[in-house]
Design a protein around this ligand. Structure first.
Ligand SMILES: [Zn+2]
Length: 153
């Protein structure tokens, strides 16, 4: 099983504390680590595809549309200056969007004078336990994101 499928299985069994909402093509979750406050993900439901271009056209358009809605809700819930969108997957090929709210100064002194993509922030700091939300913070974030999502769908 892949990491994304594991997380989806936890959602289906009611045991994923980061789960926010199920949409037609995927699941909305809050990211485990919150250095980039409001970091959220949109996990595609089907493990069998690794590239957007492999999806049947209407499904692909729906997946893209829903990702855009999740990004808009994330922006409205957490108030960044800019959203960043990433569909990666050399580690976990299962289609999933990383949605990063960005703010000036969030790279600290990394990147080009503090400017650049999120992966220029050191991995050990990005995934530090120090920036995991508490249970209470996580509940607050989920409620904010769900409220904004439900206004858009
Ligand atoms: Zn998978």
């Amino acid at each position: 099983m892949c990491l994304i499928c594991d997380r989806i299985a936890m959602i289906k069994s009611g045991n994923n504390p980061y789960f926010v909402k199920e949409l037609d093509t995927g699941y909305v979750v809050i990211g485990d680590n919150q250095h980039f406050y409001g970091y959220s993900l949109f996990l595609y439901k089907n493990h069998d595809y690794t590239e957007l271009y492999q999806l049947e056209k209407n499904e692909r358009l729906r997946f893209m549309e829903e990702m855009s809605i999740v990004a808009e809700a994330t922006a409205k819930a957490f108030g960044p200056e800019k959203m960043n969108y990433e569909l990666l997957g050399m580690g976990d090929a299962h289609l999933h969007w990383h949605l990063y709210p960005r703010r000036k100064g969030d790279l600290e002194n990394y990147g080009h004078n503090g400017v650049g993509p999120v992966w220029w922030y050191p991995m050990e700091k990005l995934y530090s336990d120090d920036n995991r939300p508490s249970t209470e913070e996580l509940e607050g974030m989920k409620n904010k994101l769900l409220t904004e999502l439900e206004k858009l769908i």
